[in-house]
Ligand binder design. Structure first.
Ligand code: NAD
Ligand code: UD1
Length: 307
């Protein structure tokens, strides 16, 4: 059976995709350096799963992992925008060189289909106050965003030059179980919910009026499965959001209601390069993919909190 490679498959989004692929009867390889991912996110006793501990910045390892696969979901990256601001050189290895290595390995081994996890971060603040469509001017404000945008351009080059079938998704803010809250660089929902459950103080960077378009991981996986397995893919990048803006202050209210109150909340200066408002125009997504009914934020939070 030809397998599907999931880079970053031991991480938050990747491990949910691995579960879905295995449940649908596919063979899966995971390449992950465990910088954020965990073995415990993977069903390692499943004979249809092969786990390779390695780095996407290592071309040889990537070539071995790609050989013989029918498609790749390239999710491995340092997902934290702030980490890229703090250490642009290290994150570039994962976030850009990793993509290039995946492309070269695919070209070498004749693999064409690749699902790529790009990001709303590439629009910078150009979406201020409006729903951002895919044609919105790009304004990568951070090394993270620059690497994602460059990766998109390279995937498009390989599409034109080498017949690749890239399905490029610009994820807005994905949340759900297994998003690791343990680093200050982690996704805001994982941090706020964990701290509220444990009664630990919460830090808000800025006034809390910044907004995000939060998207439950289960809804995302349904999309990634289609993109990996469909006959054809949409050639242009596709936004993944619900066209809904939720402020951090609104999020805190929701979390407080579910956790029987909030711990003390302090405000710190806004982060450098932090985006103020982020909301997806998702017309292209809805036109081309069969999307499940939206898991509302409240319901997604309940799942995350194990309620
Ligand atoms: P995550 O940190 O849980 O997953 C990333 C995985 O990649 C981790 O398991 C990590 O160990 C692995 N990894 C990192 N660098 C690696 C390297 N050099 N070699 C091999 N493995 C490496 O984060 P996630 O939220 O699941 O993110 C998955 C992908 O989606 C990333 O590309 C991220 O940039 C992208 N994305 C995420 C969001 C979001 O809201 N979570 C939004 C937009 C884009
Ligand atoms: C997130 C993703 C990034 C993705 C982008 C797409 C993570 C870690 N980051 O970045 O991969 O490309 O969405 O839109 O998954 N905040 C606080 N307190 C905290 C933590 C965060 O106030 O303790 C604030 C941040 O300053 C920011 C907001 O919450 O304003 C969201 O932060 P974060 O969850 O890190 O996400 P993004 O930076 O939007």
């Amino acid at each position: 059976m030809a397998e599907i490679l999931v880079t970053g498959g031991a991480g938050f989004i990747g491990s949910h995709l691995v579960d879905a692929l295995l449940a649908a009867g596919h063979g899966v390889r995971v390449l992950d350096n465990l910088s954020m991912g965990k073995r415990s996110n993977l069903p390692l006793d499943n004979p249809n799963l092969q786990f390779i501990e390695g780095d996407v910045a290592d071309a040889e390892v990537v070539a071995k992992a790609v050989a013989g696969c029918m498609g790749v979901a390239h999710l491995a990256a340092v997902a934290s925008v702030q980490a890229s601001v703090d250490d642009p050189v290290a994150t570039h290895q994962s976030n850009f060189i990793g993509t290039l290595n995946v492309c070269e390995a695919m070209r070498q081994h004749g693999v064409r289909r690749v699902v790529y996890a790009s990001s709303a971060a590439i629009y910078g603040n150009n979406g201020e106050g409006v729903a951002i469509d895919e044609a919105t001017a790009k304004a990568p404000l951070t090394p993270y965003a620059a690497d994602k945008l460059a990766s998109e351009h390279y995937l498009d080059f390989y599409r034109r030059q080498h017949g690749f079938e890239p399905a490029v998704f610009r994820f807005f803010n994905i949340f759900g179980p297994r998003q690791d809250p343990s680093s200050p660089y982690s996704g805001v929902i994982s941090i706020f919910t964990q701290r509220a459950q444990q009664g630990l103080p919460i830090s808000v960077f800025g006034d809390g009026e910044q907004t995000r378009d939060f998207f439950y991981v289960g809804d995302l996986i349904a999309l990634l499965m289609q993109a990996l397995l469909a006959e054809t893919v949409v050639a242009e990048p596709v936004n993944v959001g619900w066209n809904q803006a939720v402020s951090l202050n609104q999020l805190l209210t929701e979390v407080g209601a579910l956790c029987a109150g909030l711990p003390p909340v302090t405000h710190l200066p806004a982060r450098a390069g932090d985006i103020r408002h982020s909301r997806a125009d998702n017309a292209r997504l809805l036109a081309h993919y069969q999307m499940p009914q939206q898991t509302p934020l409240h319901e997604g939070l309940r799942q995350l909190l194990g309620m």
